[in-house]
Design a protein around this ligand. Structure first.
Ligand SMILES: [Zn+2]
Length: 127
């Protein structure tokens, strides 16, 4: 059993809007592949937040949250209260872990979680 990842409340203004993700509801593996062709160049430049474990590649990404305009890619574990998220490019995360292509279309106010780096993603609305 692992503790829930904390959701950061840091100021996140200045990030690009993610209209591409919001407009692609109900994605399957096949159209995720299509998305990788036509949207990737524009979309993967987007900065996203990761926890220190993901940033240092100590943990796989097991929890993804897409709230408002912000994406968070987290290990799903506990974090120090004072920990600040690091921002990286989505492109770099996708290079390191191509299974993330399965959830790059996650709509706003949805999150995705998986049991392990090999497990299938499960998605649901945050609210
Ligand atoms: Zn973490």
């Amino acid at each position: 059993m692992r503790p829930a990842c904390e959701v950061w409340n840091s100021a996140t203004s200045g990030l690009l809007a993610c209209a591409a993700a919001a407009s692609h509801r109900g994605t399957t593996l096949s159209n995720a592949a299509a998305l990788s062709n036509d949207k990737s160049a524009r979309m993967t430049q987007k900065p996203v937040f990761v926890c220190s474990h993901v940033f240092k590649r100590r943990c796989p990404i097991l929890l993804v949250s897409h709230s408002d305009e912000d994406w968070e890619f987290l290990c799903g574990g506990a974090h120090e209260e004072e920990e600040l998220p690091s921002d990286v490019s989505l492109h770099d995360l996708l290079e390191a872990d191509p299974t993330l292509w399965m959830i790059v279309d996650l709509p706003v106010n949805w999150e995705a979680e998986r049991e392990s780096a090999e497990a299938a993603w499960e998605k649901w609305p945050i609210h």
